[in-house]
Design a binder for this molecule. Structure first.
Ligand code: HMS
Length: 257
């Protein structure tokens, strides 16, 4: 099967890919900056939507390519130190997690979590960004297989309720991705704690997924300390709903033009 090459895509698609590579490379710096990773144990990806022309051009150029090329995503190369990441070494993949060749990430393999990110993009069309870390407090809840109860207004704002736990799954095939999707489809949460593994977060774009990873670790830490000195009280569901609606629709600077 011939591999796809970046040159097989239209100029507009290549522009979108270049922009995503810049954004994803920059967002990886947020992981160490927010103390979410030890060494290289975390990754960020962003979906790149292709217009039909771009998709057809790619399909025609590489007639042997099977699988889903209705879109692409960009993810970091596996095991590369965050201070060595840049737009040029971000790896471009099809939605099946197959690397798209180019002239800059030559010889680099995509993240070891590429299959999980790809599964989420194939099965959750509204998701534009995915993040995975092993951040300490969120991962300590995952180690116990315990959901983080919604006892903080910040949890209601950002996650719309508890942060759920997903099933234990080994890396390397679709099982982690399937566990993420099955768990998040049953919740408003942008974060899921994969049992005995760690948090995965989603967002409309990669920046939103990184924000969810930062706030997931923040509330995991706060609730951890709160429970050390007592049993925090859950917020009532109607109040969670009100907080979530305000935060998702009113908070911050909306486009008031
Ligand atoms: O935990 C694991 C691998 O077991 C990964 O999530 C973590 O090391 C990050 O891997 P990558 O550097 O993205 O391949």
């Amino acid at each position: 099967m011939s591999a796809l090459h970046l040159n097989d895509f239209s100029a507009s698609a290549r522009e979108a890919i270049a922009s995503a590579r810049e954004a994803v490379a920059a967002l990886h710096a947020e992981l160490p900056r927010n103390d979410l990773v030890a060494w290289t144990a975390g990754n960020v990806s962003a979906r790149v939507d292709l217009d039909e022309g771009a998709e057809q051009a790619a399909a025609h150029a590489s007639e042997n390519v099977s699988g889903d090329i209705s879109g692409l995503f960009v993810i970091k190369p596996s095991g590369v130190s965050y201070d060595e990441l840049n737009a040029a070494n971000m790896v471009v993949c099809t939605l099946d997690g197959v690397k798209v060749d180019d002239d800059t990430s030559i010889g680099l393999s995509p993240s070891s979590d590429t299959a999980a990110h790809a599964y989420v993009y194939r099965h959750m069309r509204h998701v534009g960004g995915v993040v995975h870390t092993h951040s300490s407090y969120a991962t300590s809840w995952a180690a116990r297989g315990e959901a983080i109860p919604c006892v903080l207004t910040m949890m209601a704002d950002e996650f719309g309720g508890d942060i759920p736990v997903g099933p234990f799954a080994l890396i390397g095939d679709d099982s982690i991705g399937r566990g993420i999707v099955e768990t998040l489809r049953a919740s408003r949460s942008k974060a899921v704690l994969m049992d005995r593994h760690g948090p995965f977060t989603i967002g409309a774009d990669a920046k939103e997924a990184v924000k969810a990873a930062v706030l997931c670790e923040e509330v995991a830490r706060t609730v951890h300390f709160a429970r050390a000195y007592g049993e925090p009280q859950r917020i009532a569901q109607h109040q969670i709903d009100a907080l979530y609606a305000r935060y998702q629709n009113v908070y911050g600077q909306k486009d008031n033009t």
